[in-house]
Design a protein around this ligand. Structure first.
Ligand code: ADP
Ligand code: MG
Length: 230
């Protein structure tokens, strides 16, 4: 680990508030994708999760990264559908990124490991492989891109800032989410409509790409673009 592996002290809060804004803003478009390729409830599931998050935060502002991400996890675990439990368990794994060091901000290396753990959990419970047109399609390449960025960093210390490494992950996730439009779903409700989902981006993959974008924004500021969804 190098000094450039360090994320800002406010990383947890900025991640959760940025992801919340991005998901709420994109909820109508994501709901519309789920109407075209699934059962249409994803927009409502996002709104319910973010309402739950508001309640969690009203109960008291979290003190650290783990607290912020745990609030996001609990918010999703209180939602039905498939995405609720899967995002809930994903954020629970992310919240554990710092291991024993409960009050710390994770390093980018710890973040990469936690994202990989979250991916493994989603795949364990959802049984989706890459290419099945689910949120896994956006998460898997993001994890790979982040790991590759960290390897570059090992070869040439200070080559990449955390923001740049996470931007690689975001770019990979957004590109892969867009590519799900070319795939007929094999998992989830979108699989029931078969070829009707052809040409439609998977909403869960798009939502996951927004979350990866929020990680990048929390590392270095800026907005999370959602204009590619639609
Ligand atoms: P449901 O499919 O139960 O209506 P949502 O509409 O809340 O659930 O969420 C839909 C999203 O959940 C899909 O776009 C897809 O990305 C994701 N998803 C569905 N099934 C799975 C699965 N088995 N593994 C991973 N992700 C899945
Ligand atoms: Mg649905």
């Amino acid at each position: 680990m190098t000094s450039t592996d360090t994320l800002p002290e406010t990383f947890g809060r900025d991640l959760v508030t940025t992801a919340r804004a991005a998901l709420e803003g994109a909820a109508p478009a994501l709901g519309d994708l789920d109407r075209r390729a699934g059962d249409g409830d994803f927009g409502d599931n996002i709104r319910t999760a973010m309402k739950n998050l508001g309640r969690e935060l009203d109960a008291g502002e979290p003190a650290d990264f783990r607290g912020w991400v745990t609030a996001m996890s609990r918010a999703w675990l209180g939602v039905g559908g498939t995405s609720g439990p899967l995002f809930g368990m994903f954020f629970r794994d992310l919240a554990k990124a710092t291991g024993e060091d409960a009050e710390a901000v994770p390093t980018v290396t710890q973040l990469a490991d936690a994202l990989a753990a979250g991916q493994a959990t989603i795949q364990k419970y959802g049984e989706a492989e890459v290419g099945d047109k689910t949120m896994v399609d956006a998460l898997a390449p993001a994890v790979t891109a982040l790991r590759e960025a960290l390897e570059k960093e090992d070869d040439a210390p200070a080559a990449l800032s955390p923001e740049e490494a996470l931007r690689d992950a975001e770019s990979a996730a957004v590109a892969a989410a867009q590519e799900t439009a070319q795939v007929t779903a094999r998992r989830g409700r979108a699989s029931y409509v078969g070829d009707a989902a052809q040409g439609v981006i998977d909403p869960g993959a798009a939502a996951m790409a927004l979350v990866i974008g929020a990680l990048r924004a929390a590392a270095g500021g800026g907005e999370v673009a959602a204009d590619w969804i639609g």
